[in-house]
Ligand binder design. Structure first.
Ligand code: FES
Length: 106
């Protein structure tokens, strides 16, 4: 389990125990985090799992892939330098302590 520090879409803070090997989206969805809709089920086709990776976390979560890059441009909320689709991030020990803010995805 990896601890992810999450600020949800309403500004509430949570610590999510995320199973290694799951996507970050799945971990947030299963924890009932407000703002994660994941309408496409993790297929990188909806951008309703948009989140912002805080601090130096972008160094830990890997690169944005080509499809994700296109989808981020169509996200309902502003794309920023630290934008990611949480379904495209795999949870591992390396992400322990990661800080994530969920975008307004509705
Ligand atoms: S769940 Fe649809 S793009 Fe991530």
């Amino acid at each position: 389990m990896t601890k992810i520090h999450v600020t949800d879409a309403s500004g509430a803070k949570h610590i999510v125990e995320a199973p290694n090997g799951d996507s970050l989206m799945s971990a947030l969805l299963n924890a009932g985090i407000e703002g994660i809709l994941a309408d496409c089920g993790g297929g990188c086709a909806c951008a309703t799992c948009h989140c912002y990776i805080e601090g130096d976390g972008m160094d830990l979560v890997g690169e944005v892939n080509a499809i994700e890059n296109v989808m981020l441009d169509s996200a309902a909320t502003e794309r920023r330098d630290n934008s990611r689709l949480s379904c495209q991030i795999d949870v591992s020990d390396a992400l322990d302590g990661l800080q994530v803010t969920v975008a307004e995805n509705a």
